[in-house]
Design a binder for this molecule. Structure first.
Ligand SMILES: [Zn+2]
Length: 291
């Protein structure tokens, strides 16, 4: 199983972690788009981050990470759902020229912020915002954790266009179980020795052994991950409404129907005049009754 997330914890300490490896799910996302290599790499990091965050906050719902910047890349978004499905999208400014192949995170996104939305199946939606003031995506997300969750968290993310991987370590607030005072410093220090090829090429168990063979690590059952899109006819219809009645009627008059694609999976949806009327009617309240 190459696409999975593996939770672990260090015995007798309050340090826990996650390792994610993505291959098929990542390629399935990239295959639906035709982004340049530097964008593909960043998208891989973001997919890995979305999987890590979902599992870390134990969310039963939809989590999305949106990177909104003023650089050549105006939007980068990844989303996960409770079924272990991931999807992602990037939007490039039309007139943007991308820096050469080795362009990093900050060159691509420029100034801006990251919006993290947790949308649980039950309960209230939560949104956290963090400024893009670190040189890496991992750095920005670490800032999010210290700001929003107030938990010391360290992240390592890598992607190469074919594989994506990530490692997360977190120190939990409960000190009562902690009989190992320097566990946090020691485990973070060891994680800093991780190489990109290890994060991308080793199975989670092998990576844990490579980093922590001198520690007592408890590992949990890995969870499978895959590409999946949550688009439905209903949601696509709702999104169409944001164009406004005038625009929708104009397209209908010209083309007889409205054809639109899901940005994430490119599934095509067609809406006829009657269906658009029903959507617009539902928005304005019940249609007037005829006598
Ligand atoms: Zn879709």
């Amino acid at each position: 199983m190459t696409d999975q997330i593996q939770r672990f914890l260090f015995e007798r300490s309050n340090v826990r972690g996650e390792i994610v490896t993505l291959e098929r799910a990542y390629v399935d996302v990239l295959d639906r788009h035709g982004y340049p290599p530097s964008v593909n790499r960043l998208l891989g990091e973001l997919l890995a981050a979305a999987a890590l965050l979902t599992d870390t906050v134990k969310l039963d719902g939809i989590l999305s990470i949106e990177v909104r910047g003023q650089g050549p890349l105006s939007l980068l978004m990844a989303e996960s759902n409770p079924g272990g499905e991931l999807r992602a999208i990037a939007r490039l400014n039309e007139d943007a020229t991308l820096p050469d192949g080795g362009a990093g995170f900050r060159e691509l996104v420029g100034e801006g912020h990251i919006v993290i939305t947790l949308d649980p199946r039950e309960g209230n939606r939560y949104q956290g915002i963090v400024a893009l003031d670190h040189d890496t995506l991992a750095g920005c997300l670490e800032a999010y954790f210290s700001q929003s969750e107030q938990l010391p968290t360290q992240l390592w993310l890598e992607a190469d266009g074919a594989r994506a991987g990530g490692l997360l370590l977190q120190r939990l607030p409960d000190e009562s179980q902690n009989q190992d005072d320097d566990a946090w410093e020691r485990t973070v220090h060891l994680a800093r020795t991780v190489k990109a090829e290890e994060l991308l090429g080793l199975a989670p168990q092998d990576l844990l052994y490579r980093l922590y063979h001198e520690e007592t690590v408890r590992v949990f059952e890995p969870k499978p991950l895959r590409f999946g899109c949550t688009c439905t006819r209903e949601r696509i219809g709702e999104a169409l409404l944001t164009l406004g009645a005038a625009e929708l009627r104009e397209v209908l008059a010209e083309q007889g129907e409205i054809e639109t694609q899901c940005h994430f999976c490119h599934t095509c949806y067609r809406f006829g005049a009657a269906e658009i009327d029903a959507l617009l009617g539902a928005e304005d309240g019940p249609p007037p009754t005829l006598h």
